[in-house]
Structures are given as C-alpha cells and as structure tokens.
Unconditional design. Structure first.
Ligand code: ADQ
Length: 462
C-alpha cells in the first residue's frame, strides 16, 4: 500500500488519549489514516529552537512516525504569528480591516516553507502520497517540486478561500497562487470557496479552467480543485458520549440550569467566530423579551487562542465587556443570564454539555466548515433533540441547511435575526425539532472524517 506523508503546521500526536483537545477529530482521523497506510506526519513541534539550524525529532508509536522541527523565534514571529495569523487568516475570513500586509513577515513565511521542504524531502520515498494541510503551508508544494519531488502531492485548505476582489489586496497574490498550481489536487470545504479559487485562476492568471471537473491548466501543468467537506469522527465522539465523564458533564449542566433552557456556544476565542455579535443578538433577545430572562441561560465556552496576536487580545476584552454589560443589567441574585467560560473541555465533556443544551448557537461571521455545529447535532437525543442555530456564513451551512429544514439559519451580523432565531428555537414543538434533526443527522454520521480522508486520498492517488 502507498505510504502517506502528512505535512501540517503542527503535529497532533495521539499522546495521552483524548488529550488532543482542540484538534480532536482531525488529529484522530489523520492518525488512523497513517496507521492504515503507514507513513509519516511532519510539522513544527510548537517549540522555539535555540539556534538557526534546528534538528529533527523523530518518534515512532503505534506504527505512525512523527517528525517535528523546532523553529527559531524570528520564524515563529514572522511565519506563524505574522503572515499566517495576521495576514492570511484575517484576509481569508474576509477581514481586510484586520489584515496586516508586511513584506518582512511574507519573507519569513516563504523562508519557513523552504525550511519545511528542506527537512521533509529526505523522508519522502518514491511512491509516497504527500498531503499538505492548510494556509500555513500554501507554497510548500512548489518548494517540494523545486527540490525534485515528483510524487502525487495534495493540498487541503481548512479555511475559506476569499472572493477575488478581496484576495487581490494581498501583495504578491499571484506568486502565492502560482505555487498552488504545483499540487496535483487541491481540496476545499465548500463549493463557494472552490468557485472563488477557480474564479481567481481564470480572471487573474488567465488559466484555462473547467468548472465542472475543477481542472485548472496553466503553463503546461494541470491541477484539480474539488470540494471535500470535512466531518467529525462520529464513532469516537459517540464513544466519548457514553463515558462517565460525559454523563457527569450532562448532569452538571442540567442541575445548574434548573428550569431554564440552556443554550450553548463553543468556540476558540477568535474574531471569525462572531462572538461579540452573538452577545449583541442575545442582548437584543432580552431587550425584546424581558420576561424571558428566567427562561434562558446562555453558556459560552471559549478558550483563548493565538494570544500573542493583538487582534486576539482585543476580541477577548470586547467579549468580556459585552458579557459584563448584559449580566450587569439583567442579573438577579439567583440568576445570571450569560456564563462565559474561558477554558477548553474534553470531547467527552463537550458531548455532555451539548446534550444538556436545548439550543446550539453557532454564528461565525465566516468559517471554513465549523465542526462544533456537527458535534452539537451528533450529541442530541434523537427522541428529544435540541435546535441548531447556524450562521449562513459557516461552510457547514452548505450541508446543514436542507431545503429550509435542518438548522435554523441566521445572518450573524443581525442582532434581530439572532433574537428571532432564539425565540423560534425556544418555542419549537417536538415534531419540528425531530424533523430538523432528521434532515441533518445522516450527513453528519456518514460524511465523517474517515470518509473525508478516504475520498481525498483516493482522488489524490488516481
Ligand atoms: P477551528 O477554527 O478551530 O478549525 P471548529 O471546526 O469549529 O474550528 O473546531 C474544531 C474542533 O475544536 C472541534 O472538534 C471542537 O470541538 C474543538 N473546539 C472548539 N472550541 C472548543 C472549546 N471551547 N473547547 C474544546 N474544544 C473546542 C478550523 C477551521 C474550521 C474547520 C476546522 C476543520 O476554522 O472552519 O471546520 O478547521 O477543518
């Protein structure tokens, strides 16, 4: 069988089981694909190296080899905090207002991609399938080709691809996309992101594009762009839901919310997730229905992420302020309307919290997919399911908005829309909740992360 070489910014080794935390499903799926195919997972260790050279750390466990390198402090600043998280992340989430355009960090980004290529090339064997992940490593395919790697190389983008008129604000945009055309297969979460990419290739590069097959022909090479919506690790998640830890979390949530309906949000603390806008929507709901403060408790779980980047420090402050304002205005001695929890939980605990919450509020301003939406539905009791409220701007909307059934769709920028959706969900009769749940559950169960991995690898091989 062909070996698999996975390359991503960070390597999520299955150390202690369940400790993979925020990467849970994806890490598990890639680990199991690696176990099946045999192969290597290569990436940054997350550590800063003492010197420029940096050595490689190889580890083998359960038939999977992980290879990591440390990065010098300057590389971490320029590549990771800089270009990846202060330029590409905001730009690809349509946030030109937060995007920084610094030539120096752009150089650092290219330098680290070269460093990655240099380190990983000796590990690649003739028939290996190479699979590169996400926006940190867009130019890696080109860097590998320049070193003579002629294997099949695929790339998957976990985040959106922006519309051409936004993307061209990036200095050297053409240089970046040209490197992408060195891959054999490029995967996107939704057809919207794929179409934006094809549009760019045709309009800005004058490439020959076949929309149906997703083929892009350019300067003698051809690459295929397709959609592979990522899913959750259904079996693993259900197993987590049967643990004592999960049942405990479920009980804790129920007993603490008493007669009130619990509504939950679970996100990395990131401006793309629409958290302040969500709080505004909840504020609007309480303004419009002051008598319902006693019916609803909102629980927001949001562990901080990327804390070295200023826009992330800002969003945290803003969220604390907005939550504090509503709680200040609406709390009673025995009641706090919003519980804001600044930490992460295991998937077992999240399962229990989702299960105990009759409303799941997932309102990103823009999101590649959003697996929390799928996890929320997967954790529901089929005989008494809760209601998912979902942003139309999440990639998951392409699958979970099924002819007006499925999730209750909202525009996350509109507090009135969020308020209306909460009203609808609070009063929704059981029959409708079941019908909406039924419309979503098959795709969440069957289009899981294993079938996602398989589809991508099969196409890459072909
Ligand atoms: P993320 O932006 O991190 O991922 P998401 O898909 O919602 O977003 O979450 C990934 C995982 O993190 C989920 O399994 C979730 O349970 C976990 N997680 C999120 N918040 C958590 C919390 N507060 N505590 C514990 N765990 C938490 C990126 C893209 C997404 C895309 C994924 C996968 O931004 O659009 O869906 O990659 O491709």
């Amino acid at each position: 069988m062909t070996r698999l070489v996975i390359i991503s910014n960070r390597v999520a080794v299955a150390k202690a089981r369940g400790a993979a935390g925020a990467q849970g499903g994806l890490a598990g799926a890639l680990n199991s694909a690696l176990k099946e195919h045999g192969g290597i997972w290569f990436g940054w260790s997350g550590q800063e190296s003492e010197d420029e050279a940096g050595s490689m750390n190889l580890q083998r466990s359960d038939g999977v080899t992980t290879a990591t390198i440390d990065l010098p402090g300057r590389d971490i600043d320029e590549y990771y905090n800089g270009y990846a998280n202060s330029t590409l992340w905001p730009l690809f989430h349509y946030r030109l207002d937060l995007t920084e355009y610094e030539r120096e960090t752009g150089k650092g980004y290219e330098r680290v991609n070269e460093r990655f290529a240099e380190a990983v090339v000796p590990l690649i064997e003739a028939d290996d399938l190479v699979w590169v992940h996400d926006y940190h490593l867009i130019p890696l395919g080109g860097a590998l080709r320049a070193r003579g790697v002629s294997n099949r190389i695929g790339f998957f983008l976990h985040i959106p691809w922006p519309p051409t008129r936004l993307f061209v604000s990036l200095p050297f945009h053409e240089r970046l996309v040209r490197t992408m055309l060195e891959y054999d297969l490029i995967g996107f979460q939704t057809s919207e992101w794929r179409d934006s990419f094809l549009h760019y290739c045709s309009k800005e590069l004058n490439a020959e594009v076949d929309e149906d097959s997703g083929t892009v022909r350019f300067e003698g090479r051809s690459v295929i762009a397709r959609t592979y919506p990522i899913g959750i690790d259904w079996d693993h998640f259900q197993t987590q839901g049967r643990t004592g830890e999960s049942r405990n979390a479920h009980q804790r949530l129920l007993s603490s919310s008493r007669e009130r309906t619990a509504m939950i949000g679970v996100d990395r603390l990131d401006y793309s997730k629409g958290l302040p806008e969500r709080i505004d929507g909840i504020g609007r709901f309480f303004d419009q229905h002051p008598d319902r403060v006693r019916d609803l408790v909102f629980i927001q779980i949001a562990p901080p992420s990327r804390e070295d980047v200023k826009s992330y420090q800002d969003i945290r402050l803003l969220l604390e302020q907005k939550t504090g304002q509503i709680n200040g205005a609406r709390s009673e001695v025995d009641l706090v309307p919003i519980r804001y929890v600044n930490r992460g939980y295991s998937h077992a605990e999240l399962f229990g919290f989702y299960r105990g919450s009759k409303i799941g509020l997932v309102t990103p301003l823009r999101d590649g997919m959003n697996l929390v939406a799928k996890e929320y539905v997967a954790a529901q009791d089929p005989d008494d399911p809760g209601v998912l409220i979902l942003s139309r701007f999440a990639g998951a909307a392409e699958q979970l908005n099924v002819n007006g059934q499925g999730a209750v769709m909202v525009n996350p920028y509109s507090p009135d829309d969020i308020s209306d959706a909460i009203s609808l969900a609070l009063d929704m009769p059981l029959a409708e909740r079941k019908a909406r749940y039924e419309a979503m559950i098959a795709t969440i169960r069957d289009d899981n992360v294993q079938s996602w991995t398989e589809r991508f690898c099969t196409d890459l091989k072909a």
